[in-house]
Design a protein around this ligand. Structure first.
Ligand code: PRP
Length: 214
């Protein structure tokens, strides 16, 4: 049986849409209630927190999964990236109030020790260290936009999709870190040792890619 990890939350709808486009059975996911494990025609779906998806795949608890490229980067896990679905498009950005914009206009050295609140501590450290800056990372689990409003941080590194949350909280994008999209990932070992399990699935991805010219 193939174990397929799906991210709970806002990306789940997009994942189900993609499964349908690939003609992969997924009716039971929509009628799951509170179940976290759903079986359907030889596939065991597991529903996990988006940030945990790479962990399940890396350790082989899931053979294959949908995961955002942001989450994959943050995890640093060793995985096989099978395809970029070009869905779930958004951006990872540095954002903050006008004072942060002003700080970024100054010499880079004035950013030393900058306080950045984020759900992405690893990406934040890597991004700033690539500029030769050591930030103070303030790890949070959600409502990141609150941090600069309360003086907890100078700025944030976070996902922007519509930009609505930033606007509603008087914050603006200062720099784009990277574009983000939903990827299909697999466990290294599953790809190499269980080709039989994955073969039929990979063929469906190939057809989807051809149809969408990915
Ligand atoms: C994400 C992200 C932003 C918001 C951006 O939070 O952390 O807060 O969405 O979306 P927008 O640009 O469309 O407004 P999420 O809704 O996942 O909630 P969280 O704060 O609990 O992480």
């Amino acid at each position: 049986m193939l174990t397929f990890a799906l991210p709970k939350g806002r990306m789940l709808k997009t994942c189900i849409k993609l499964l349908k486009e690939m003609n992969i059975p997924c009716v039971n996911i929509e009628n799951r209630g509170r179940a976290l494990v759903i079986e359907e025609e030889g596939i065991r779906y597991i529903l996990v927190k988006p940030m945990d998806v790479p962990t399940y795949v890396h350790h082989g608890a899931a053979d294959v999964a949908f995961a955002g490229s942001d989450v994959i980067w943050e995890s640093g896990a060793s995985l096989v990236e099978i395809t970029d679905t070009q869905e779930g498009l958004c951006r990872l950005v540095i954002a903050g109030p006008q004072s942060l914009v002003n700080l970024f206009l100054k010499h880079k050295s004035s950013l030393m020790g900058i306080r950045i609140a984020t759900k992405y501590p690893n990406i934040t450290k890597q991004y700033f260290s690539s500029m030769g800056i050591q930030p103070e990372v303030i790890p949070l689990k959600g409502s990141i936009e609150l941090a600069p409003l309360l003086g907890l941080s100078d700025g944030i590194l976070d996902i922007v999709q519509t930009g609505e949350t930033l606007r509603a909280n008087g914050l603006q994008v200062v720099e784009e870190v990277t574009q983000v999209s939903l990827r299909i990932i697999a466990n290294n070992k599953s790809v190499h040792e269980h080709w039989d399990k994955l073969g039929r699935f990979l063929e469906k991805i190939r057809i989807l890619k051809e149809r969408k010219r990915l």
